[in-house]
Write a protein that binds this ligand. Structure first.
Ligand code: ATP
Ligand code: MG
Length: 578
């Protein structure tokens, strides 16, 4: 491609809403264009890189034996009503009506659609296993679209669904996908880590997330170098600390003026924070989010953090239908007192107690009375739980739930996730098969997603410097930037044309910068656009010498035209598969 004829419009100014490198650079290079909040289009360079990511995904999926199909984004509500998710999915689902007032959604995911497809054809064990996938546009009306392609409202996902006769079959399908995902992200040049994950709204048990490691990632992962445990912080179990066994002392209410925080009350009473109980107060909503339907008080040890995902799972509620309580309204109904709430004396609200508190003796807790706390609070004797569960967050330095050594933490971008669905969809949607004895069983399913557009952003997030993108060879829009310094100089133009044609003939993707621009502009753009190899044709072209440079660093070298071509072809061929 010749830059003079390309639809190439880079931006000098950093768009103000873009906060992270990938968002800034994808906009600055003109790879993507924003249409509305969380809605982006792909310009020629972005589209080329996106297609390469898609091709890698497609090749690795095909290699597992999965078959590609393509379903509509528009999905009838009835399918979601069958699975029970029409109500459960909540406000992230983009709901629309047709002219006859029939309800549809723009699919946020496709479990129901794929289950429906397969149940129309499959009824015997002889037809299993089946594995179908698509690379298709998804819609989610995210509460906070941000970071460009990383959390957008329209995005491209590769979603795959496996159908097996039993758990053993599912294990095989799951492992194949897990391995294929590792191949995909390796080939895309990502530094990533598969971690155990919560299975969220899709449900089922058994899931891994693939996280591209980087500081701006929204996922917090905890891992143990000792035993290899790695999980999202939402998912990571917390092994309860052994609590000192003490005699239960007399429950007392004491004056603790103005001590609304754990730090303040523990300092005031000269007690360590692990002897205190922290209260977190929530209100629950109906599915339409119009009314508060009840209150929840969650209690954890004062020095711990609440894990919201574990709390939501323990309550069995939807994550969108719970929010911090309005303390005044909650006080009216339950007796909770902001900053001084404890489990003793609370009423008419669901009490969730972290498992660690069950054996904790003589604790400090709010007294549900302004400026007062209780001391010597004991589970069983003084208060009871509606639910006891591990609801605390595992953080760096806490003991590994598997081996007890201190864990480390890192941040990442979730680029893919694999789930074991078991029979979560096949049972309600009647996807059954007959075995050898004509007995009916529900098909055992798995689902597997890759955020294709998010992966593109994660690649840029991990591969850039202060001057621009540094594309990995496997996904770069073009392999070579061929800078022609002076297009009006006939020798230079002829040498550049010769290199251009020879590279193209060997299957190398070249962008010939033949624009009538100053060299400084061309070099800046070459760095910004970030194609891996730059060949510059300048004054020495008359002597058959050009400059060869890699975007990722290393020395510039003056080489002969032949050497430049040979080096470029060798490097591209060595690295283009990823
Ligand atoms: P998240 O927790 O980040 O919202 P998710 O767990 O809801 O993601 P899945 O339902 O597992 O996501 O979807 C599969 C993949 O689709 C994710 O791993 C991610 O890469 C991608 N994805 C999900 N939501 C978005 C989004 N809003 N924008 C871009 N990609 C997304
Ligand atoms: Mg999500």
């Amino acid at each position: 491609m010749r830059a003079s004829q390309m639809y190439l419009y880079t931006l000098r100014e950093v768009p103000s809403e873009a906060e992270i490198a990938s968002h800034i650079l994808l906009l600055r290079t003109g790879a993507i264009r924003k249409l509305a909040s969380g809605v982006y289009g792909f310009m020629p360079l972005g589209q080329r890189a996106l297609r390469k990511v898609e091709d890698i995904v497609r090749q690795e999926m095909d290699a597992t034996g999965a078959l590609e199909i393509h379903m509509s984004a528009l999905q009838p509500a009835e399918l979601w009503q069958e699975s029970g998710r029409w109500a459960a999915y909540g406000p992230e689902m983009w709901r629309v009506r047709d002219r006859n007032n029939r309800e549809f959604c723009l699919g946020p995911t496709h479990e129901e659609v794929f289950t429906d497809i397969v149940r129309q054809n499959i009824d015997s064990y002889r037809q299993l296993p089946v594995n179908l996938y698509q690379i298709q546009t998804k819609y989610r009306d995210e509460a906070r679209p941000r970071f460009g392609l990383i959390r957008s409202r329209e995005f491209i996902m590769k979603d795959d669904y496996s159908f097996d006769r039993d758990e053993a079959g599912l294990d095989i399908s799951y492992k194949k996908m897990y391995d294929a995902y590792s191949n995909v992200f390796t080939r895309c040049g990502l530094n990533f880590r598969p971690v155990e994950a919560d299975s969220g709204a899709i449900g089922g048990t058994g899931s891994h997330e693939f996280c591209a490691l980087c500081e701006v990632g929204e996922e917090e992962i905890v891992y143990c170098d000792e035993c290899g445990m790695a999980a999202t912080d939402e998912r990571a179990a917390f092994a309860d600390a052994a609590m000192p066994q003490e005699e239960e002392q007399l429950l007392e209410t004491v004056l603790t003026p103005g001590t609304k925080s754990i730090e303040d009350v523990c300092a005031f009473l000269k007690m360590p924070q692990e002897k205190s109980i922290k209260a977190l107060l929530f209100e629950l909503y109906n599915d339409e989010l119009t009314d508060v339907t009840g209150y929840v008080a969650a209690f954890i040890r004062g020095d711990r953090q609440l894990n919201m995902t574990k709390l939501v799972n323990a309550l069995g509620c939807h994550s969108y239908a719970i929010a911090f309580a309005n303390e005044a309204a909650m006080h009216e109904q339950t007796g909770a007192v902001g900053g001084f709430t404890g489990p003793v004396g609370l009423h008419d609200c669901k009490i969730v107690v972290d498992s660690e508190l069950v054996n904790a003796k003589n604790m400090i807790a709010g007294a549900c009375l302004e400026d007062h706390h209780m001391i010597n609070v004991n589970y069983g004797r003084d208060f009871k739980a509606d639910i006891i569960a591990d609801i605390k967050l595992l953080q760096a330095g806490d003991p590994c739930p598997v081996c007890g050594k201190p864990v480390k933490s890192a941040r990442g971008i979730e680029v893919g996730q694999v789930f074991k669905l078991h029979t979560k969809y096949s049972e309600p949607m009647h996807l059954y098969f007959k075995d050898e004895n004509q007995e009916e069983h529900p098909v055992v399913m798995g689902c597997y997603g890759i955020g294709v557009t998010r992966t593109l952003a994660a690649i840029v997030e991990q591969h850039h410097d202060e001057n621009g993108i540094i594309w990995p060879m496997s996904v770069t829009p073009y392999h070579v930037m061929l800078d022609l310094i002076n297009p009006k100089d006939e020798t230079q133009a002829a040498v550049a044309e010769d290199i251009y044609q020879k590279l193209l003939a060997q299957g190398i993707e070249v962008c010939l910068d033949d624009r009538d621009e100053r060299p400084g502009v061309k070099f800046k753009d070459a760095d910004l656009l970030g194609f891996p190899i730059r060949i510059t044709v300048g004054k020495k072209a008359a002597d058959g010498i050009v400059e060869y440079k890699l975007r990722r660093g290393g020395d510039n070298s003056d080489v002969s035209v032949e050497d430049a071509i040979r080096m470029a072809v060798e490097l591209v061929n060595a690295e283009k598969r990823g």
